[in-house]
Write a protein that binds this ligand. Structure first.
Ligand code: GTP
Ligand code: MG
Length: 304
């Protein structure tokens, strides 16, 4: 705790919005490092991922959340619950939408209605983030900002690109105008509250998302069986399991002659080595746990 916080501003800020809007990309960009996994497929983030952004006179605790969507299955319901709950405990909210795809009017109206429903009862100021402006015709921006400003009493509407970083420093400025004076809640050298084990499991899961198609990403979970650091050899040995829902999925993830699993393992190991700053021996297994995404006990084990 920083007792002499003087003019330090601090607080919690949730990043919420539909799947695939770029929430995790923005979180990583603001942190200056990759904590939250990213993919081009919706519903990549499954948990609340905390990231701490420090400045000379501020500390912003960001909460990256799973995408808000109409959830029917148990795992998806848990994801949406986590995102909705984060709205209650924060000082400000960044509601992010992807503005790169022109939507038919009817769909846009439906999405806007959903936005209003999701924000019902929310007391914290909400900043609407129009993301992916790098893909947008600049002339479309002003009318879009005007339209959204009429939709909800947003504290502000900010266009940006989480990918290129264009417009992101303005978000920090805008948040600092909202956040109260207060202590830093986390030591300045600690970027997140999740364990290295969790981050490793997430990195493997990201590679599954990126390298497999159809339903496989949504049928995959990753558990860490062992994590052993050898200080003398400066090497970490990790055993992880990719858990699938059905027997028929096993062959797809392993691939011909084990090729797919090997490729997932190589990509994951590279990222894990970067994160841990040392050599990593990563051993991956594939296991079937029938319908795990509907199994409450297993969901608990995964931290839901
Ligand atoms: N061109 C462009 N692509 C972006 C931008 N921000 C994110 N993306 C891409 O959009 C995709 C989704 O990004 P994520 O950060 O995983 O999105 P998310 O909102 O966290 O998604 P979920 O976790 O599934 O809810 C990825 O392929 C990103 O590279 C942007 O500003 N411009
Ligand atoms: Mg995400």
């Amino acid at each position: 705790m920083d007792f002499l916080h003087g003019n330090v501003r601090s607080g919690m800020v949730a990043i919420v919005g539909p799947p695939n809007a770029g929430k995790s990309t923005l979180m990583n960009h603001l942190l200056g490092q990759k904590i939250s996994i990213v993919s081009h497929k919706p519903q990549t983030t499954r948990n609340r991922i905390l990231g701490v952004v420090n400045g000379d006179d501020y500390q912003i605790v960001l909460l990256d959340t799973p995408g808000l969507h109409k959830a029917r299955q148990p795992l998806n319901r848990e994801m949406v619950r986590i995102a909705m709950e984060s709205l209650k405990e924060v000082d400000a909210i960044l509601y992010m939408i992807d503005v790169s795809l022109p939507l038919p009017e009817k769909i846009e109206q439906e999405k806007n209605k959903e936005l209003m429903e999701q924000m019902e009862g929310v007391v914290a100021p909400v900043i609407l983030i129009l993301n992916k402006v790098d893909l947008l015709d600049k002339e479309q921006l002003l009318p879009m900002i005007k339209r959204y400003s009429e939709l909800y009493p947003f504290h502000g509407v900010m266009p940006l690109s989480a990918l290129t970083g264009e417009g992101t420093t303005e978000v920090i400025d805008e948040l600092l105008a909202i956040l109260p004076l207060g202590p830093r809640y986390f030591p300045e050298d600690i970027p997140t509250d999740v364990s290295e084990r969790f981050l490793v499991a997430e990195i493997v899961r990201e590679k599954v998302f990126l390298q497999t198609g159809q339903e496989i990403p949504y049928s995959s979970a990753v558990t860490i069986e062992s994590f052993q650091e050898d200080d003398i050899k400066q090497m970490t040995t990790i055993h992880a399991t990719i858990v699938l829902e059905r027997n028929s999925q096993k062959g797809i993830v392993i691939g011909k002659g084990g090729k797919k699993l090997k490729s997932i393992g190589i990509a994951a190991r590279k990222d894990i080595e970067k994160m841990l700053g040392q050599k990593v021996l990563l051993k991956l297994w594939v296991k079937v746990r029938k319908n795990w995404s509907k199994d409450e006990r297993f969901l608990k084990e995964l931290g839901f």
